[in-house]
Write a protein that binds this ligand. Structure first.
Ligand code: 13P
Ligand code: SF4
Length: 310
């Protein structure tokens, strides 16, 4: 790329030329969030992908999110700046092993967290996100056994919230499992007035210190509604950009990971850069493509989710 190029201007120009919309997750680097047309959690991003009039969806997030956009909007071109932007939850739930797991639990309804591949979605009955998981589980008749996959921490949290026992796939998020309870307690001691707000993908020993637990959008909204002045934020650090922007007079403190080698930034999300975003729009590649049979099978449980979450 010509170093004299103003990438912000170029991206704006390409947005108009392609009739493109840029959808970004809160864990993207601040520059990407600043050029996005919409920033949101997985549920909000899916809704935008289903509704948009744009011809091209540029998805600044990870692969399963862009894939979900393509499942919902097959006639649109969906671009992802870096195809290697995966997710530990999706990667650790291969469809062949998941099919065996389902077979081993006959009669179970399969609820899968959206952080999974299209092939796993195609094996599921209902998809959920961190924003609607508990409410979806509550809508299932009490005598219906449930498999919940792939995040065991979200599954455990939803079980606590709903009082439902569920068979859990043992997946974890490599970012949220690194937060340290000991360091969090140390931080709370140093900031006694701060509220702890956490994502449900965190381990239970971390979640038990939280004053509020929710999806990324829910955490951002809570920080606005709360009368509190300071927050310890136990999720990927990218969201601090919007929190600080929306509430400049409040203090947001990122929670520390276990050790100095671990990081509170998602290595997959951070594969996307402003340069790669520009290049994918200029060259209209990499593009998400899907087998049509898988897409149609994966669409049904996503539509069920959208119907079940007002
Ligand atoms: P949200 O849907 O809460 O934004 O979470 C997505 C995610 O990948 C969390 O790690
Ligand atoms: Fe996946 Fe965790 Fe990254 Fe979210 S933060 S995309 S769950 S690896």
């Amino acid at each position: 790329i010509d170093p004299s190029l103003d990438l912000f201007e170029e991206i704006e120009r390409l947005k108009h030329k392609l009739n493109a919309v840029i959808l970004a997750h809160y864990y993207q680097e601040p520059d990407i969030q600043d050029v996005a047309d919409y920033i949101g959690d997985s549920l909000g991003l899916s809704r935008q992908a289903a509704q948009t009039n744009a011809d091209v969806i540029v998805f600044a997030g990870v692969h399963f999110m862009a894939e979900t956009a393509k499942i919902l909007s097959p006639q649109k071109q969906v671009l992802l700046p870096d195809l290697a932007a995966g997710c530990s939850l999706a990667d650790n739930c291969p469809p062949d092993r998941f099919a065996e797991f389902i077979q081993a639990h006959p009669g179970h309804l399969v609820i899968s967290y959206v952080n999974c591949s299209a092939a796993v979605k195609a094996l599921s009955d209902i998809i959920c996100t961190s924003a609607n998981a508990a409410s979806i589980v509550e809508q299932i008749p009490a005598d219906q056994p449930i498999i919940f996959a792939p995040d065991r921490n979200l599954g455990r949290y939803v079980s606590q919230q709903t009082g439902r026992d569920m068979v859990l796939w043992q997946g974890t998020c490599i970012v949220h499992e690194t937060f340290s309870e000991r360091k969090l307690i140390g931080l709370k001691t140093r900031h006694p007035g701060a509220e702890v707000i956490a994502h449900p993908e965190c381990e239970p020993q971390v979640l038990r210190h939280a004053d509020f637990i929710g999806s990324t959008t829910a955490l951002l909204n809570y920080a606005g509604k709360s009368t509190g002045e300071a927050f310890i934020v136990v999720t990927e650090a990218g969201i601090l950009h919007q929190m600080q922007k929306a509430h400049p007079h409040k203090t947001f403190i990122p929670a520390p990971p276990q050790n100095n080698c671990a990081c509170n930034e998602c290595p997959f999300m951070r594969l996307n850069t402003l340069e790669k975003l520009y290049l994918c729009m200029r060259d209209r590649t990499p593009e998400i493509t899907l087998d049509e049979t898988i897409r149609q099978r994966a669409l049904r449980p996503i539509e069920r989710m959208l119907e079940m979450s007002p």
